[in-house]
Design a protein around this ligand. Structure first.
Ligand code: HEM
Length: 187
């Protein structure tokens, strides 16, 4: 909601995709399923771009189990290291113009390996990652089709409290229910 409100072109593309999915459903009582959210390629990229720009978690820790060298530094066994997602996800080497919300970064093969890890990685990677994306896409579908919204604090900051991110003032918005389902714009 935060990023779509600021990016009308992304909003329009995501809405168009959701209306196409909506047309595939028999009637408006038919619930979305796993296959439907897999078809939401553009919206999924927008969810990923949200997780890049504002990863829910600031990062995560790892125990060093043997000495290793990194960028000229020796990191000894027994140390605890912190992988900062907010830093990695904004590295201009991998994400040109990193403060721009741009879902197209995830098209094709997407970002370089190990530069986008909002759900961690390796054997301890978040087991809820696909479920979380699925839930976000179902929410996005219903929100886009039924409501419009605008931010009440246009430049509200995203802050981290206890390592969890969120808009500083809880994202106050003006939410309006649509009178009619929007039509797909053929252009
Ligand atoms: C946007 C939503 C979510 C984000 C950004 C997120 C992120 C993360 C991250 C960064 C980790 C640490 C991974 C690592 O150390 O490599 C983690 C672990 C975990 N997450 Fe999530 N998570 C999300 C949603 C969920 C959901 C919906 C569930 C369950 C249904 C879940 C269950 C877990 C569990 C059980 C672990 C611990 C895994 C382990 O230590 O083996 N998460 N999550």
């Amino acid at each position: 909601m935060y990023f779509l409100a600021d990016n009308p072109a992304v909003y329009d593309s995501a809405l168009k995709e959701q209306l196409e999915i909506r047309k595939l459903k028999g009637d408006d009582k038919e619930l979305l399923n796993w296959e439907d959210t897999k078809r939401m390629k553009y919206s999924r990229n927008a969810v990923n771009e949200t997780l890049r720009m504002a990863p829910a978690s600031l990062g995560y820790f790892r125990d060093v189990i043997h000495d290793f060298n990194f960028a000229g530094y020796t990191v000894p066994k027994g140390w605890k290291i912190f992988l900062s997602l907010s830093t990695m996800h904004k590295n201009p080497k991998y994400y040109p113009n990193p403060d721009k919300f741009d879902p197209s970064r995830f098209e094709g093969n997407g970002p370089a390996p190990f530069t986008f890890t909002p759900f961690g990685g390796g054997p301890r990677m978040c087991p809820g990652n696909e479920f979380a994306r699925h839930a976000a896409l179902v929410f996005m579908h219903n929100l886009l089709i039924r409501f419009t919204w605008g931010k009440l604090i246009p430049k509200e900051k995203i802050i981290y409290n206890d390592a969890v991110s969120g808009p500083e003032h809880g994202l106050p918005i003006k939410l309006e229910r649509r009178c009619h389902e929007p039509e797909i714009d053929a252009s």
